[in-house]
Design a protein around this ligand. Structure first.
Ligand code: NAD
Ligand code: MG
Length: 390
């Protein structure tokens, strides 16, 4: 039996992972489940799956978790140190599905104990790609991509020589506002930005899809995970969301990965890898879809893609700045302090302010210096927002 843990078990990716584990009885033993505020879900899943330990990220919610699991054999714990401890418990496979840079320390801990890390948490690669990849190498641990585009690239490259790859194309649905007049984006609301045309996901990544910050993170993720050069990474808007990525080879051929927009495909591929197993994913009816559309993203509509190119060139700590500034700008948008379009301007301003010193940007990546830069970038967002609002 494979020993598995799920970090961020109560979220969209976490729940889809649990769904697949339930459908494969006798194949998996659950070690740790972690969550945030949804204690009822965390406790119910921990009991149903027979987890050894359940952890909430919030210290204050420990009594509630303890009460919910009273009389069961599930251990309980809370807080960021407990998350790391849970991720460090021996397991063969750990799903990294916490949202945001908070996923980095537990992800590193899982790699540190040699587990295969199924990586949905793209923010950890954007924030500290070289550190994550180096930790995997040092512990002979493997990272398997779960982001649908990166799973698609990974699958299209099976059996291929990496040197024969000339380009990769990541597709983007275009998000909630792809057909809105550009001038209307400034007054787009949180509710409008939180509905995705094709995918059902957590709120934060859904808004990031509307702004294309999600695709910006994914370009950096592709660079850090596969080692592609920035100019090899292209983005196409593909409203049908059935071609997840294409890999181009030196002979001009393109291998596309095609499937319905259902994250259980990418999660299931990582869960059962290197085998393939039947998954509860609908068969794609291409005749019913009829036409597949592709178009180049409009740079005026999606400034985040240009910022991603800058970060891919700078590397070092610029990824930590970019990701944290994006996360904090998103917090401020959700709280109603800045408009949708302003997120672009605020993140760009913070990148300009904090990435000017090449020596500092290229300091060796340690968790401490990454955390410090993450903190500075969030502070800088608050500074920029207060300057704009004063
Ligand atoms: P979500 O918001 O639905 O769930 C996030 C999970 O993380 C929850 O369990 C929550 O309790 C936990 N969490 C939140 N903040 C935390 C913190 N500070 N410390 C510890 N735990 C915390 O998010 P999601 O949509 O499932 O996305 C999870 C990750 O997967 C993100 O990195 C996202 O970019 C990535 N991803 C998601 C999808 C998708 O379809 N949802 C697709 C590709 C990649
Ligand atoms: Mg994706």
């Amino acid at each position: 039996m494979k020993q598995v843990s799920i970090l961020g078990a109560t979220g969209s990716i976490g729940q889809n992972t649990i769904d697949l584990i339930r459908r494969a009885p006798g194949q998996f033993n659950v070690v740790a489940l972690t969550g945030g505020r949804n204690i009822a879900q965390l406790a119910a899943d921990a009991m149903a799956l027979g987890a050894k330990v359940a952890v909430t990220a919030h210290d204050a919610l420990l009594p509630e978790l303890r009460a919910a699991l009273a009389g069961s054999t599930v251990e309980v714990a809370a807080g960021s140190a407990a998350l790391i401890e849970a991720a460090s418990r021996p397991a063969d496979w750990v799903m990294s599905a916490i949202v945001g840079a908070a996923g980095l320390p537990p992800g590193l801990a899982a790699l540190g104990q040699g587990a295969t890390l199924a990586l949905a948490n793209k923010e950890s690669l954007v924030t500290a790609g070289p550190l994550l990849m180096q930790t995997a190498r040092a512990n002979e641990a493997r990272i398997l991509p779960v982001d649908s585009e990166h799973s698609a690239i990974f699958q299209a490259m099976v059996g291929e020589d990496a040197d024969a790859v000339s380009r990769v194309i990541i597709t983007a649905s275009g998000g909630a506002f792809r057909d809105w007049p550009l001038a209307d984006l400034a007054r787009a609301t949180v509710a409008e930005a939180s509905s995705h045309p094709n995918w059902a996901m957590g709120q934060r990544i859904t808004i990031d899809s509307a702004s294309m910050f999600n695709k910006a993170l994914e370009m950096i993720e592709a660079r850090e995970f596969f080692g592609f050069d920035p100019e090899q990474i292209e983005v196409l808007v593909h409203p049908e969301s059935v071609v997840h990525a294409l890999v181009g080879f030196v002979d001009g051929g393109l291998m596309a990965h095609v499937g319905p927009p259902d994250m259980r495909h990418a999660i299931g591929y990582a869960l059962h890898w290197p085998q393939r197993q039947a998954l509860p994913v609908a068969a794609l009816d291409l005749a019913a879809i009829g036409t597949l559309n592709f178009r180049a993203p409009d740079p005026a509509r999606y400034p985040a893609l240009r910022l991603a190119r800058d970060v891919m060139e700078m590397r070092g700590l610029s990824g930590a700045v970019f990701n944290a500034a994006k996360e904090r700008a998103l917090d401020r948008f959700i709280a109603g302090h800045i408009g949708f379009w302003e997120m672009n301007e605020v993140v760009e301003e913070v990148l300009t302010r904090l990435t000017g010193d090449p020596a500092e940007m290229n300091a060796a990546l340690t968790l401490d210096c990454v955390s410090r830069m993450d903190h500075l970038a969030r502070q800088s967002v608050d500074q920029v927002v207060s300057e704009r609002n004063s």
